[in-house]
Design a protein around this ligand. Sequence first.
Ligand code: NAD
Length: 423
Amino acid sequence: MENKTNINFRKETLTKLLNAIIIHENEIIQALYDDFKKPAFEAVLTETSYVILELKDTIKNLKRWSKPKRVFPSILNFPSKDYIYKEPYGKVLVIAPWNYPFQLALCPLISAFAAGNQVVVKPSELTPKTSEIIAKIIRKIFDKNHVEVIEGGIEVSQQLLSKRWDYIFFTGSVAVGKIVAKAAAENLTPVTLELGGKNPCIIDETANLKLAAKRIVWGKFINAGQTCIAPDYILVQKDMKSHFVTYLKDEITKAYGANPSLSPDFARIINTKNWQRLVDMIEPDKVIFGGQTDATTCYIAPTLIEETSLESQIMAAEIFGPILPILTYENDAEIDTVISKYEKPLALYLFTENHAFSKKIIQDYSFGGGCINDTVVHFSNKRLPFGGVGHSGIGAYHGSLSFDIFSHKKGIVKKANWLDLPM
Ligand code: NAD
């Protein structure tokens, strides 16, 4: 394939993509708004700027990342020089979800192409305007033998999955992740699965409650709670609950005003089906804040729920919406009962000033990644691997790791001939 392994060609093409995204930024922001009223500020922060930074970082480091890496040789092979060569897998399929539809389609595409692969991207059908602008930009910049966008829904996705790929990168739900893994297994195709889960957020008796409330409101209600790493439920030390809830209410009002439906900073639920799924989770007698809904605009206000049962509908699976159940605990055993009931989550958050407690939680529980005294922000450090574990996903990416996951690492021993030791 023409120039496929030429680093300069890849850098030039990615620079063209960077310029195109900058030129079309307003159109992208508008498409995201049209799809589900994604607020402009969030669209810039979590979609366009994020992709622009990713592109700049990739263009800057591509040469270094792609170089063979020399490693210490084994004494058994003396004398030798040992290297890790990175080679593209070949044909990569990227399947993207709707919640960050631009970023989660573009970032894997950029890394897969940067690593020298041929890429096919299928954006989500639930965000048609964003899918359209992605297709427009990609078709303008890339030769379709290098990168192609195939738009469509489940059927198109299934057709793509029935073909043979050298790597599949999927972001979406656990249920579809299993379908992808099964399809990949047919051809022993390696996969990265970026899935979801029920992310706990623990607040202990030493936490700075006001700051915790501010950071949780940001992480939970950005994108109207439709974020894979949003805190799913709160586990607060029993005596702290009432103060903490007061702070949460204050912070929600500060962020979105007395009537969040009028706020330009609050997104809508993606479609009626998801809106109904979320509304069904709200038990009116448990609502302690918010609870307003509107079917015609797919609106659900930031809502706080007082929850005491793990058997309720809201505690059955990932919420993925602006509803936050608040549970309490009195001791570590009660924390364990709740967290251990669920599959390994994609993220875990802990608000505490107690270092021993944070160390214990990090050691005792398996989860994709997370924060102590914040939410969501671990996503933004490109030096941290991002991905799940168990049912929340397979594999991790971001920064140089993204280049690495799309590269087969070939170990090579270059033996010298000036000495031949008898074995
Ligand atoms: P989804 O699994 O319904 O859809 C994702 C993609 O798969 C879409 O492109 C869709 O067309 C395709 N698809 C849907 N059903 C399919 C089927 N039966 N066969 C083949 N392909 C199919 O997910 P979604 O609703 O778009 O996204 C929400 C989910 O994604 C949440 O669970 C969330 O936690 C997760 N998510 C994870 C991350 C992460 O980085 N780990 C990021 C965003 C979203």
